[in-house]
Design a binder for this molecule. Structure first.
Ligand code: G1P
Length: 301
């Protein structure tokens, strides 16, 4: 089958972090496998990608790779038992996970940074454009609306330029994110688009001229691999994706744009709890009971 090269069909999900913010749980469970209600964080990320039309997903794992691989594999004993017990709905939900996309798992041999992790996916991505989705953030778009990755893919397909998602954060939070600087224009939907001039990794308040933060959703063309390969260790001695993005901005141009979607910072304990509560309130089996419980709790707080 021949695909037009501008269509974004592949994605990279780096999952090699140590998850130190969730220790001790993450001593044995990769943070991407921590559940939001009953589904691991990784499922939400994979679903966002699949809804955006992604077919092949490259998981760049480090420690804990087996738990992640096994999740997308057949679990013969479990499925056989479910079939014998007539638990068809559960069986179906496990099959859906497997069939969602082609999951290709590779290992980042050394923890050299996010840029390096993305670079590890080059042999699988080849010359195609691709999305990157970081597992710390969960983006839940309305059912009938494009996901954040879908919004970036559309920008790439229309403009031919690599496009990344940004959101405005308070000055007190710039030190948590890569921050984009550049010329802004208004988009027809009320959002903002930026022609990126510079990207600074985790500046302290006042070290950047803007507060446009990268929440971990990107669409790049394959030229970024060459820039990653020539990127020297930067902040914290790591090969930073943001430094390679500066090179893309200079060579071919890079767009950053705001997005329409709910977002949860699941890499943070409070954000993780908020995601669980908000999504459980919408859950058909849990919503009513949880709302009643929270209301009772509210009276005593
Ligand atoms: C990484 C990136 C940073 C980005 C952030 C989003 O940092 O280096 O540019 O804003 O993800 O979550 P990390 O949070 O992995 O340190």
């Amino acid at each position: 089958m021949v695909f037009p090269m501008s269509k974004v069909r592949k994605a990279v999900i780096p999952a090699a972090g140590l998850g130190t913010r969730f220790l001790p749980a993450t001593k044995t469970v990769p943070k991407e496998m921590l559940p939001i209600i009953d589904r691991p964080i990784l499922m939400y990320i994979v679903e966002e990608a699949v809804r955006a039309g992604i077919e092949d997903i490259v998981l760049v794992a480090g420690r804990g790779k087996h738990a992640i691989e096994d999740f997308f594999d057949v679990s013969y004993e479990l499925e056989d038992k479910l079939a014998r017990d007539g638990k068809d709905a559960w069986l179906e939900s496990l099959r859906k996970i497997r069939d969602a996309a082609n999951i290709i798992s590779i290992r980042q041999m050394r923890p050299l940074g996010l840029g390096h992790a993305i670079g590890c996916a080059k042999p699988i991505i080849g010359n195609e454009p691709f999305a990157v989705l970081l597992g710390d953030e969960i983006m839940i778009a309305d059912k009938d609306k494009p996901t954040v990755t879908g919004q970036l893919a559309r920008s790439f397909e229309q403009s031919g330029m690599s496009t990344v998602a940004v959101m405005e954060v308070p000055a007190s939070e710039t030190h948590k994110y890569g921050i984009v600087e550049g010329e802004t224009t208004a988009m027809p939907d009320g959002g903002t688009r930026i022609r990126v001039g510079n990207v600074i990794e985790k500046p302290t308040a006042g070290q950047s001229s803007s507060r446009w933060a990268l929440p971990g959703r990107y669409v790049f063309d394959a030229s970024i691999f060459g820039h990653i390969a020539s990127t020297k260790p930067g902040k914290n001695g790591e090969i930073q994706l943001t430094d390679a993005m500066v090179a893309v901005a200079k060579e071919k141009g890079l767009l950053a744009q705001t997005f329409t979607s709910r977002r949860f910072d699941a890499g943070d304990k409070l954000g993780y709890l908020q995601a669980n509560i908000e999504l459980a309130l919408e859950h058909p089996e849990l919503g009513t009971a949880l709302r009643q419980y929270l209301q009772t709790l509210g009276k005593t707080l």
